[in-house]
Design a protein around this ligand. Structure first.
Ligand SMILES: Nc1ncnc2c1ncn2[C@@H]1O[C@H](COP(=O)(O)OP(=O)(O)OP(=O)(O)O)[C@@H](O)[C@H]1O
Ligand SMILES: [Mg+2]
Length: 405
């Protein structure tokens, strides 16, 4: 054997090149086994002189039969003129680039035939040596890939349009709401009459409700349109809980409730904006449905990660409502007294929690308060205020109501 590295040395020894040797000895076997269709065409009578088994199998005919039929019979009728023209060009010695047509088998089925050919003189006869590659599988995959690509591009365009719509709605509706808020504040400064101040309160309440509804509708829209893409990162849970405490503190005071937030050094892996919307909905509910006592945001470690609980000393929720209240536009007994709301909050909570793959649980029974909890993967604990502090013991901040199981 002449290996590639030793070729120069071996040639001087008279060793013939391995490829020439192989071809001389095994040409018929090589043609027989080649996994590409090959035939030799007599250019005078346009009959096949030789066809290898791969080509015979490709067109569903025996090698002997192939010697007797016109070559154009193996092409779909609408491609026959094209193939005849290419054959003429090849015979005339013009350059013809390889091309693809629809081939036809004996049983009438088709395949994508990629054709390439060369002129060759064999025993004084002018012939064409033609190779046929079956591109059916390749083209099928290509078409499928193109279809998927087109669908992907359409989906991306739709998502982009939805994002633009969301941004426009968000801006165009929030601006006038903000203006109403400012005007109401300015108006309040110029009013002394109690009845007029009461009207100002009503304007503020209506503005707050509209803002909450807008937030919910945008959340639902994001969820429905698939525009909610969680972006997970590790962050300190304490910062988020503190922000919620500041945001809802005034609401709690207004309602005569205590809002307590546990200090924590724990970090979680989540999307902070989505987690904030989830917790804001839970705290909002707790403050809305609790008549007296307290609402607590607690963070504790458990076997599956970090559990953030929103506990309240409110009316509690009957077991038969535990599932139902997570449905869209579904409200429970606590809101039967006419407390305003649309029944969207918990549905948003559960859908956003699913997007985060973070389970939400509820423990509650009538008269014993409620505990809504979400469990998140744990990040690495960080120090609060420069020093690592253990989380404040939960028992020290528990409100005065019985925990239910
Ligand atoms: N902390 C809670 N205590 C008692 N009942 C609750 C509590 N949270 C929710 N519920 C019950 O679950 C129902 C559904 O709550 P959800 O937040 O989905 O809607 P909503 O508060 O009625 O309206 P909104 O869409 O404005 O949030 C409420 O109407 C209420 O009956
Ligand atoms: Mg709600």
């Amino acid at each position: 054997m002449c290996d590639e590295q030793g070729a120069a040395e071996v040639e001087t020894d008279g060793c013939p090149p391995a490829s020439a040797d192989l071809l001389a000895q095994h040409a018929p076997a090589l043609l027989h086994e080649a996994q590409v269709g090959l035939f030799v065409l007599d250019v005078v009578d346009q009959r096949i002189l030789y066809a290898n088994p791969y080509f015979a199998e490709l067109v569903g005919r025996s090698p002997e039969e192939l010697l007797t039929i016109p070559v154009l019979d193996m092409v779909e009728p609408e491609y026959r003129d094209l193939v005849a023209e290419r054959l003429r060009e090849r015979i005339a010695g013009k350059p013809v680039a390889p091309y693809t047509v629809i081939g036809r088998r004996k049983d009438g089925t088709n395949f994508d035939a990629h054709i390439a050919g060369r002129r060759l003189e064999v025993d004084g006869r002018l012939t064409l040596v033609v190779t046929i590659t079956d591109l059916s599988d390749y083209n099928r995959v290509l078409r499928q890939t193109q279809r998927i690509q087109a669908q992907k591009e359409a989906a991306e365009a739709a998502a982009e349009a939805k994002s633009r719509f969301l941004a426009a709605v968000n801006h165009d509706l929030r601006q006038p709401l903000h203006a109403i808020e400012l005007i109401s504040t300015a108006l309040r400064r110029n009013l002394v009459h109690p009845a007029a101040l009461l009207l100002c309160d009503r304007i503020d309440q209506a503005g707050t409700s509209m803002t909450a509804l807008l937030d919910s509708l945008l959340d639902v829209y994001r969820l429905d349109s698939g525009a909610l893409h969680p972006s997970l990162r590790t962050f300190p849970a304490g910062d988020l809980l503190r922000d919620l405490g500041s945001e809802f503190g005034p609401v709690a005071r207004e309602r005569g409730l205590r809002l307590r937030v546990t200090h924590t050094a724990k970090t979680v892996v989540s999307d902070p904006a989505i987690l904030r919307r989830i917790l804001a909905n839970l705290v909002n509910n707790a403050l809305r449905y609790t008549q007296q006592g307290s609402v607590q945001i607690v963070c504790r470690r458990d076997a599956s990660g970090v559990r953030i609980e929103v506990r309240d000393s409110g009316p509690g929720i009957a077991r038969d409502e535990h599932q139902r209240i997570f449905d869209e536009f579904t409200r429970g007994a606590a809101s039967a007294d006419g407390t305003p709301g649309t029944g969207l909050g918990l549905n948003i909570v559960s859908r956003m929690a699913s997007a985060l793959q973070a389970p939400v649980t509820l423990r509650s029974e009538p008269g014993r308060g409620s505990v809504f909890a979400i469990t998140l993967p744990r990040g690495q604990d960080v120090a609060t205020h420069g020093t690592a502090q253990p989380a404040e013991p939960v028992t020290a901040t528990l409100p005065q109501f019985s925990e239910t199981g």
